[in-house]
Design a protein around this ligand. Structure first.
Ligand code: SF4
Length: 236
């Protein structure tokens, strides 16, 4: 280690010690108890278990033809991200790029979603990103009720493995479908809803933000709400 990095390390250690001392003086000693080896092992086992379960589910459903979209798709789009994610983003269905690549939210809308995550201090690998439908509807038309009915059990199976703290529905179709409502997105934004027993926040689809710059301010407010709720729900 060179001299400057050694000094930086010492400075960081000193800052951490000062911070811990202040917290202890304020009576927060419980926050800094080291996890026991048993609890660390348990967390590792749970993480490995959800990795395996997601992989098993993928292999179970990747050849799905429960609705006609299974015959017209190029690639099945399972979704991607961390199997331990506390936050899950759900859009409506794969588009052209997603259908070609077999990955959710790629292309310009996906790049914007990555930037939206960065704005609230998150990386794509830390969350899970998927769609209600796993196959692309022709010409990107809205999902049909029968397609949602066929495909939603796959999403529910994913969520029962992920057990996220919160869901963010991306766009009107995703929000209305998950919440079983016809209310406009404008009325669904800004509140905490429930999908089953999982809290859900609705915001604009990134593709809509690319088309309408004036929606960005509202999207930022939604992201702040999402971040606040995520922090509150995951505070141990
Ligand atoms: S959209 Fe869903 S239900 Fe329909 S074929 Fe694809 S995976 Fe199966």
């Amino acid at each position: 280690m060179n001299q400057s990095s050694s000094m930086e390390k010492n400075e960081l250690l000193n800052r951490a010690r000062r911070y811990l001392r202040q917290q202890l003086e304020m009576g927060f000693e419980h926050s800094y108890r080291m996890p026991s080896r048993e609890s660390t092992e348990l967390i590792d086992q749970q993480a490995q278990s959800s990795d395996r379960q997601m992989e098993t589910l993928y292999h179970q459903i990747k050849g799905c033809t429960r609705c006609p979209l299974g015959n017209s798709r190029t690639k099945f789009v399972f979704g991607e991200g961390s199997p331990q994610a506390d936050l899950v983003f759900i859009g409506e269905a794969p588009g052209r790029q997603e259908d070609l690549q077999g990955r959710p939210f790629v292309g310009p809308a996906g790049q914007l979603l990555t930037k939206m995550l960065a704005a609230i201090d998150l990386k794509r690998e830390e969350v899970f990103i998927g769609n209600i439908l796993k196959c692309r509807p022709p010409r990107n038309r809205d999902p049909l009720p029968q397609e949602v009915e066929c495909c939603e059990p796959h999403l529910q199976a994913q969520l029962s493995i992920l057990r996220p703290a919160i869901i963010c529905a991306l766009g009107r179709i995703a929000a209305q479908t998950l919440l079983r409502t016809k209310s406009p997105l404008g009325r669904l934004r800004g509140d905490i809803h429930l999908y089953g027993d999982i809290p859900l926040v609705a915001t604009y689809h990134p593709a809509a933000l690319l088309r309408n710059q004036h929606l960005k301010r509202g999207a930022w407010e939604d992201l702040l709400l999402l971040r606040r709720e995520l922090d509150r729900l995951t505070a141990a």
